[in-house]
Design a protein around this ligand. Structure first.
Ligand code: FAD
Length: 380
């Protein structure tokens, strides 16, 4: 593949870089310290059409491709990892499943306002006893006449406190082989019986909202079922494949920010009568960082391109997510090393990048699960 970004991609990159530099980066430290997501930022991103990049115009989106969306995630993540996570989760997990699997009516009701940036959404899969093993879901939904009655608990759900609706996975029956049937149901967050709290004090991505959701006899109309009742499991696997590309893009953005700070610092900092960038030990670190970031970015674009072509992309999405997140951790760690003691100080911000990037090796499938996904694709 002879790859080059199109003129439109480059224009979008410049636009998002500019907006992120003015509207997001200046608040990155503040949201990290307060642990509060900044809603004004999302209002602005919505006004600029950035919350609906990969959705068709008829659903309020910008009609862009996955590469465009990844470019936006990278630039936003470069400015602030927490904001980048909330941005990516909103589009990949909150809105995309409705676009992929929703009825026309569901798209009009839930996707259009999200794509226009008027509302936010969330995706509730993880439970206290069902993380990597999502098949262990215990939340249950039972049909009572024309309503689903849902009971259960979800943990660590991004954006839930600000979401108009959460897509919740729940057991709705049992297969012939005894395994649970897991379905996805759209739950408006203002439904009686839904309790959303934010009890977590996180290590990083602190500008992103993370919540616990308790569902007690929550009743929603039967038509809130998303997609095929029996295929909820495969639907969310497909959703996560797409989401992984955006987590990889976010990792590239955070790593790029750490690299740029380290390069600048290395040129400015003098020891032994010269700039530390003149020491080969530091040069080799910077060379490896630049190379690994570029390789990860290329894999993000490849996975995004495959998805846009309608070709299988699960393996490449796992490659991208696994490589970019682990690469990002190495890069952010080396960025601190290059800063020496300064890197350990909050003022220099590189320690935040390391705290933020760690989540990328955990969320939307841990590194271990990515290796399992890849091994399965290899026929193991
Ligand atoms: C900030 C944040 C935001 C999040 N946002 C969301 C969200 O919006 N929606 C949502 O649904 N979830 C969300 N999550 C949850 C996230 O997706 C899970 O934390 C993740 O999938 C891992 O699950 P777990 O934490 O239960 O770890 P576990 O599954 O308990 O894993 C613990 C360890 O065991 C390893 N392990 C587990 N199974 C295997 C295996 N078969 N082989 C080898 N190793 C294995 C794991 O890799 C890991 O190292 C979020 C989490 C965080 C921290």
């Amino acid at each position: 593949m002879d790859f080059e970004l199109s003129k439109e991609h480059v224009m979008l990159q410049e636009m998002v870089r500019n907006v992120a530099g003015k509207e997001i980066q200046p608040y990155a430290r503040e949201v990290d310290e307060t642990g509060e997501m900044r809603l004004e930022t999302f209002k602005k991103l919505g006004e600029l059409g950035l919350l609906g990049i990969p959705f068709p115009e008829k659903y309020g989106g910008a009609g862009g491709d996955t590469i465009s969306y990844c470019i936006a995630v990278e630039e936003i993540g470069k400015a602030c990892g927490g904001t980048g996570l909330s941005y990516a989760a909103n589009t990949s997990l909150g809105a995309s499943p409705i676009y992929y699997f929703g009825t026309e009516e569901q798209k009009r009701k839930w996707l259009v306002p999200m794509a226009k940036g008027e509302t936010l959404g969330a995706f509730g899969l993880t439970e206290p006893n069902a993380g990597s093993d999502a098949g262990g879901t215990r939340t249950k939904a039972v049909l009572d006449n024309d309503e689903w009655v849902i009971n259960g608990e979800k943990c660590w759900i991004t954006n839930a406190a600000y979401a108009r609706q959460v897509i919740v996975t729940a057991v709705t029956g049992t297969k012939k082989d005894g395994r649970p049937i897991i379905s996805a149901i759209i739950v408006p967050t203002n439904t009686p019986g839904v309790t959303i709290t934010s009890p977590y004090d996180k290590m990083g991505v602190r500008g992103s909202n993370t919540c616990q959701i308790v569902l007690e006899n929550v009743r929603v109309p039967r038509e809130n079922l998303l997609g095929d009742e029996k295929k909820g499991f495969s639907q969310f696997l497909y959703t996560l494949d797409g989401g992984r590309i955006s987590i990889a893009a976010l990792s590239v953005g955070i790593a790029q920010a750490a690299f740029e700070k380290a390069l600048r610092f290395a040129k400015e900092r003098k020891q032994f009568g010269q700039s530390i960038s003149k020491f080969q030990a530091i040069q080799f670190k910077l060379a490896d960082m630049a190379m690994e970031i570029e390789l990860a970015r290329n894999e993000v674009y490849k996975a995004a391109w495959l998805k846009d072509q309608g070709k299988p992309f699960a393996k490449e999405a796992a490659f991208a997510k696994l490589f970019a997140s682990e690469m990002g951790f190495r890069v952010c760690n080396q960025a601190i090393q290059i800063h020496g003691g300064s890197g350990y100080m909050r003022e220099y911000e590189v320690e935040r990048y390391l705290r933020d990037i760690k989540l990328m090796e955990i969320g939307e499938g841990t590194s271990e699960i990515q290796r399992l996904v890849i091994a399965r694709q290899l026929g193991c």
